[in-house]
Design a protein around this ligand. Structure first.
Ligand SMILES: NC(=O)C1=CN([C@@H]2O[C@H](COP(=O)(O)OP(=O)(O)OC[C@H]3O[C@@H](n4cnc5c(N)ncnc54)[C@H](OP(=O)(O)O)[C@@H]3O)[C@@H](O)[C@H]2O)C=CC1
Ligand SMILES: O=CCCC(=O)O
Length: 291
């Protein structure tokens, strides 16, 4: 029997993830703040819910993929939000990247109404989302995790259950902190190669054959050298993740000078109006500093 799943948030990631669910035979009801973004999904067979509450009313479990803590909270707590219809026998799964505090607030509100809650942020970007190859970092209600496993198998290549609420968010923030720092180091390397008379394309080839070869350098490097920063992972979201990871470090009295410097570069990029470009656009900030 087809399972009825709700999906809130059809940005870069949510669109790809919900499309895969539809293509795999799930009955999907979608909602997006900008409702026109639902049209493409409806063409593939999705139904539209007029509000988050309307989606939850209809579906046994509902997935959200929203920009940040503010939007994750708004979709749950505001008028016509998730909280109005969640209750016994219904599940809510937030796959957005947020901090543990946001996730905990949502968890408390959902469970106090009798619903079950799972946080399940993902590692992997637009392409893995399209290919159903995400890595899912779930925590919270184990029964809901098991109930959603068929959907996770469609959206991802591997799911982790990390225990109590907050652990999914923490894992995701640690991963993205490392990634954001790597992107800054990579940008500095490209600028240093070029600035010291090397061909930066040669650097890409050398890197790709060594111990620090990785899909991010391989996938983004050639486009960065052309200043092509078509967004897969918007820079404003990467900066949000650095900020939230630094807050996590703060709470645990951990000094993270590399991440702090990377965060400054992402903030600078945002101030230059680059927030909607891919996070590789931090390269433009590093390049600017070479003169
Ligand atoms: N892109 C990536 O590579 C990855 C992103 N992530 C995380 O996934 C989440 C989504 O990312 P992505 O799809 O790239 O982001 P997008 O910016 O493409 O999409 C953001 C989504 O959030 C919605 N939204 C924003 N503000 C509000 C609000 N106040 N109320 C309701 N809805 C709102 C947007 O609606 P609208 O269309 O109306 O603007 C849109 O559906 C983020 O938390 C991000 O950090 C995780 C892994 C990879
Ligand atoms: O949160 C975004 C992660 C992007 C990626 O894993 O490439």
């Amino acid at each position: 029997m087809e399972m009825e799943v709700g999906f809130l948030g059809l940005g870069i990631m949510g669109k790809a993830m919900s499309m895969n669910l539809i293509k795999s035979g799930f009955k999907v009801t979608v909602w997006n703040r900008t409702l026109s973004k639902c049209d493409e999904l409806v063409e593939l067979g999705a139904s539209i819910g007029e509000t988050p509450a309307a989606v939850v009313r209809k579906c046994k479990f509902t997935i959200a993929m929203l920009a940040d803590p503010a939007s994750a909270l708004s979709v749950v707590f505001d008028k016509n939000g998730v909280l109005e219809e969640i209750g016994n026998g219904k599940g809510y799964i937030d796959m957005s990247t947020v901090d543990p505090e946001t996730s905990t607030k949502i968890h408390e509100a959902i469970t106090s109404k009798g619903g079950s809650f799972l946080e399940a942020p993902v590692s992997g970007s637009k392409q893995p989302a399209e290919a159903g190859q995400l890595v899912i970092l779930a925590a919270g209600d184990k029964a809901l995790y098991e109930e959603a496993s068929k959907a996770f198998d469609v959206m991802g290549k591997k799911s982790f259950f990390l225990g109590q609420i907050g652990n999914g968010a923490r894992m995701k923030l640690v991963v993205n902190m490392i990634m954001g720092s790597m992107m800054n180091a990579f940008s500095e390397g490209l600028v240093l190669a070029e600035g010291s008379g090397l061909n930066p394309h040669d650097l890409l080839d050398v890197l790709d054959l060594g111990g620090i070869a990785n899909p991010m350098f391989r996938g983004k490097g050639p486009n960065m050298l052309k200043s092509n920063h078509t967004p897969a992972f918007p820079l404003k979201h990467q900066q949000k993740d650095m900020r939230l990871a630094l807050a996590l470090g703060d709470q645990n009295a951990l000094s993270m000078p590399v991440a702090a410097a990377a965060n400054e570069a992402f903030k600078k990029a945002r101030s230059m109006g680059l927030g909607d470009l891919d996070f590789s656009a931090v390269y433009e900030v590093v390049k600017m500093h070479k003169d």
